[in-house]
Design a protein. Structure first.
Length: 129
C-alpha cells in the first residue's frame, strides 16, 4: 500500500513527495490500540481526555500516523478551526524512545519515511494550547 501526500513545489510548479510503501498486513482489523491522551491546557474549555486510538496497520510510516492524528484532531476537537494550531504530539514507544511532532508545522522531511511497528506504540500524548 502506498501513502501519497503532496509536500513540495519547485519553481516549475512540479511537486515532489516522500511516500512509504508498507507491506500488507498479515491480519485484518485493529492491530494496535495505544492510549491517546488529549489535553487542552488553558481557557474555559480546558479538558483532559484519554481513550484507545485504533491502528489497523502492523507497520505505519510516521508520515501517515501524523496525517491521521491531525485528521482525528481536526474532526474531533476542531484543531486549526476552533482550537489554536499551537500544540505538540508525543508518540512514545515501548522501548523508551519517542517522536515529538509540532502541530504548527509539517512533519520534518527526514522523518517522513520512518516506519513504526504499531504494536510498539505505548501511548500518544497530545497537548493543545
Amino acid at each position: 500500500m502506498c501513502f501519497f501526500v503532496q509536500e513540495k513545489r519547485d519553481k516549475h510548479d512540479i511537486f515532489y513527495t516522500v511516500s512509504g510503501v508498507i507491506q500488507t498486513n498479515k491480519t485484518s482489523g485493529v492491530v494496535s490500540a495505544p492510549i491517546l491522551n488529549v489535553t487542552k491546557e488553558k481557557g474555559e474549555d480546558a479538558f483532559v481526555k484519554g481513550y484507545p486510538y485504533y491502528i489497523k496497520k502492523e507497520k505505519i510510516t510516521l508520515k501517515e500516523l501524523d496525517f491521521k492524528l491531525r485528521k482525528h484532531l481536526i474532526e474531533k476537537y476542531g484543531l486549526y478551526k476552533t482550537i489554536s494550531k499551537d500544540g505538540r504530539v508525543k508518540i512514545s514507544l515501548k522501548d523508551g524512545s519517542f517522536y515529538n511532532l509540532d502541530l504548527r508545522s509539517k512533519l520534518k522531511f527526514k522523518y517522513m519515511g520512518e516506519v513504526i511497528e504499531s504494536k510498539q506504540i505505548k501511548d500518544i500524548e497530545v497537548n493543545l494550547k
